[in-house]
Design a protein around this ligand. Structure first.
Ligand code: HAS
Length: 548
């Protein structure tokens, strides 16, 4: 990794872990309060803590660690950044951080307790939304630096197959750019004017639709970098090579196409969108599962290929040849295993009728604690075990490894209890996002929630174990960043897959992928959005003023 980019990458990772530990304690307080085990002091609101927890972990931790990873990885695989692009990266970081600080301040002072989806008609102080705008603009600047670095490499290496890291970073950043336009339009044209008192009403269904146009690809913005660790780093860590580069590139191209025109699957229970468009986006949702299935196949094949090359025989005994004692492998592996039930839960959510059972219940909270909270986070932890020492010139030694293995077991156990109980409670009808934990003392509801596993207490116990795991992870960050012995650590990158020279040319055609992505978005969204604008009560959002 280019020494000049290391400080930029490390400052991203450091802010990510500071946000992480504060977010973890926010989660603990919130879980204990919801379980009825503590009462929050009068100056601290349930929804305030819930917003802090969601924003710090789902938005701040993920975004910072992803950009830290991208800057380091792009310099490792595509050479050093030019001074100009590095400065652009720093400029983006400053804007992003200014936005983060403003948002955090508004949440901490209870002026933005609107949860991480900032759903209207909940309203925050306008400064919170201004902070969000800066946050997004910061990521655009950083993303531009990364894309420019990639296309500079392409220009200097005509005809060469693109290294996987650059291909996947580009797909992820393009996805982010296209998706974040939705939230930018919603905040700038609908929410900010309303929060500032310029308009006195807001088109709720339109603002939520623009949010989910962004919100669903957001989850793939978290998942794709985790998949990059699986595709690019894990094969090297286990001593093998990735099974197929073409398949990996195809999976990322498919994510770019299909992860945006699916936002309605978060709004299946909402009025104001006709059934046809909901159905269409449900079908597209089932298509976006395909790249994850391709990934499951590729990674399993990589494991088997490597295990057999190391002498593993028989149907399954090659599994023994994988490095089970290495936390850099074990943490992401646990993430993969947990993604199997987590993904199945996603398919249940996406099924139109079943969504009626689970929507707005604790089931959904269980779903995203397994997906982003376990699969993605355990993968990022596994990545941190080598990325931090790479950036600080230290060694991932036995002590750090042991902590990593214990951390993984603790995190997985805590999540099993917490998310498992959340799923079951959700099926029994326990609502999400509510401080009314006694259900107005309704005897039957309380009876349902008094099982061993179907209990808010189990959720809280899981939360306590997760907090211990979070503290251990933060300790590992401090240890690897500042205390571990000095030395060389490798940024693991798979040797080129054997099919690299025969990668189909069309996979590298970004214009084609962007064109199809835009066509699909226009198809899935144009007519419903026109309806939302025409059917809205006159005088609500700025858009309506414009068309009258
Ligand atoms: Fe989701 C709600 C549907 C994936 C995150 N999701 C959420 C929310 C979040 C979230 C945060 O359709 C809540 C938003 C809110 O606050 O309201 N989700 C899906 C579907 C998928 C899916 C179809 N979600 C994710 C991922 C997330 C995430 C990934 C974060 C990173 N989700 C929904 C729906 C809702 C929803 C509805 C709305 C619910 C409602 O009503 O509110 C799919 O992408 C899942 C596909 C995945 C698979 C699994 C593949 C397995 C793999 C592992 C392989 C293992 C190996 C190891 C290789 C089919 C890749 C094997 C080795 C051995 C040796 C054994």
């Amino acid at each position: 990794v280019d020494p000049k980019i290391k400080p930029l990458s490390m400052i991203h990772v450091s802010i990510a872990f500071v946000a992480f530990i504060v977010g973890v304690f926010g989660g603990l307080l919130q879980g204990l309060a919801r379980g009825g085990m503590i009462e929050l002091p009068s100056w601290l609101g349930y929804y305030q803590i819930l917003t802090l927890h969601g924003v710090l972990l789902a938005l701040v931790f993920t975004t910072y660690i992803i950009f830290g990873f991208f800057f380091a990885g792009m310099s490792r695989t595509h050479g050093a950044f030019s001074d100009r692009l590095r400065k652009l990266g720093w400029a983006g970081f400053i804007v992003l951080t200014l936005g983060t600080v403003i948002c955090a301040f508004m949440i901490l002072t209870n002026q933005a307790s609107v949860l991480y989806t900032f759903y209207t008609p909940l309203q925050a102080h306008w400064l919170f939304y201004a902070g969000l705008v800066l946050f997004v603009v910061g990521t655009w600047l950083e993303g531009t630096a990364l894309l420019a670095h990639f296309f500079k490499w392409k220009k200097a290496n005509p005809g060469k197959p693109t290294p996987l890291f650059g291909y996947m970073t580009t797909a992820t950043i393009l996805l982010w750019f296209i998706a974040s336009i939705g939230v930018a339009v919603s905040v700038l044209f609908l929410i900010l004017p309303w929060a500032m008192g310029i308009t006195d009403e807001i088109n709720v269904v339109l603002s939520r639709t623009l949010f989910w146009y962004f919100g669903h690809p957001l989850v793939y913005f978290w998942l794709m970098p985790a998949y990059m660790v699986w595709y690019i780093s894990i094969p090297k860590i286990i001593g093998g090579r990735l099974f197929s580069g073409s398949l990996a590139k195809l999976a990322f191209a498919l994510f770019l196409l299909f992860s945006i025109p699916v936002g309605f699957h978060h709004q299946l229970m909402e009025a104001g969108i006709s059934e046809f468009w909901k159905y269409l986006q449900t079908v597209l949702t089932f298509i976006v599962v395909v790249p994850s299935l391709l990934t499951a196949f590729s990674i399993f094949a990589t494991f088997e290929q490597t295990g057999r090359a190391k002498g593993g025989k028989g149907l399954l005994s090659w599994i023994k040849k994988l490095p089970w004692g290495d936390a850099r492998f074990f943490a992401p592996f646990m993430g993969m295993i947990i993604f199997i039930p987590a993904g199945a839960g996603g398919l249940i959510n996406a099924s139109f009728q079943l969504n009626a059972v689970v929507h707005n219940t604790l089931w959904v909270v269980g779903h995203f604690h397994l997906t982003v909270g376990t699969t993605v986070l355990l993968t990022f932890f596994g990545m941190a075990y080598w990325l931090i020492p790479v950036l600080t010139g230290r060694k991932f030694d036995r002590h750090a490894n042991r902590c990593g293995i214990v951390q993984t077991w603790l995190w997985a156990t805590g999540m099993f209890l917490m998310s498992g109980a959340m799923h079951l409670l959700g099926l029994l009808g326990a609502p999400r996002r509510t401080a009314y934990t006694t259900y107005i003392d309704h005897p039957q509801a309380l009876q349902w929630f008094e099982g061993i596993f179907t209990s808010h207490v189990t959720v809280a116990i899981g939360g306590v174990i997760l907090t211990a795991a979070g503290v251990l992870m933060f300790y590992n960050f401090i240890y690897l960043g500042f205390l571990a012995p000095k030395g060389q650590t490798e940024f693991p990158v798979t040797p080129d897959p054997l099919d690299t020279p025969s990668t189909p040319r069309f996979l590298e055609s970004w214009k084609l992928w962007i064109g199809i992505a835009i066509a699909l978005i226009l198809f899935a969204y144009t007519i419903p959005i026109i309806h939302m604008i025409i059917d809205a009560p006159p005088g609500s959002p700025v858009f309506n003023y414009l068309i009258q």
